[in-house]
Design a protein around this ligand. Structure first.
Ligand code: AMP
Length: 177
């Protein structure tokens, strides 16, 4: 990915101060999504992070991971799997709870979503503390999926979220702050 491409992607991300609560600088990706050229570039850069590997499935995390994950799955011609917040998936699920800065969160996946040995491409928009991504990795591993790479559009490196991710999973971020 070139510096120019990074600058292009950055131009579509807006910092919103004190959202959703004081002290948080929220990375708003809606300008990027609203721009067809930038959205396409983002999808292409996500696909580049596969380094030529071909996944069986793309998995996106609730909710912004769905937007990129679905577009990527479509471009690769493979299926899309959602990892969702608790209580949203209707079939037989497996879930994992994890801690947030304040309180707890819980994500789930359908038990039949990934078959043992399937190669998956895991997507989310942003890596902050790593709680969400770590939980998704746990779920995929529990079902026997092989994670080719977990990719993020944005990594907030100062939060050191990578420390909470399994070291044997390759991770990639298009933009690091
Ligand atoms: P975490 O579990 O702490 O790594 O948080 C990751 C999830 O929270 C991602 O799915 C993001 O969508 C969201 N998130 C956390 N911090 C921010 C932020 N500063 N701006 C936008 N989204 C965020």
């Amino acid at each position: 990915m070139t510096e120019e491409q990074k600058n292009q992607l950055e131009s579509g991300i807006r910092d919103v101060v004190d959202f959703p609560k004081p002290g948080i600088i929220f990375k708003d990706i809606t300008p990027l999504l609203a721009n067809g050229e930038l959205f396409r570039l983002t999808t292409e850069m996500f696909i580049e992070s596969l380094e030529g590997q071909v996944p069986d499935k793309v998995i996106g995390i609730d909710a912004r991971g769905f937007i990129f994950g679905a577009a990527i799955a479509d471009r690769l011609g493979v299926g899309f799997i959602p990892v969702r917040k608790k209580g949203k998936l209707p079939w037989d699920t497996t879930g994992v709870a994890y801690s947030l800065e304040y309180g707890e969160a819980h994500v789930e996946i359908h038990r039949d979503a990934v078959s043992p040995g399937e190669k998956v491409f895991l997507i989310d928009d942003l890596l902050a503390t790593g709680g969400t991504a770590g939980a998704a990795i746990k779920l995929v591993k529990e079902l026997g999926g092989e994670i080719l790479v977990m990719s993020f559009l944005i990594e907030l490196a100062f939060l050191e979220g990578r420390k909470n991710l399994d070291s044997d999973v390759r991770t990639h971020s298009l933009l690091t702050y």
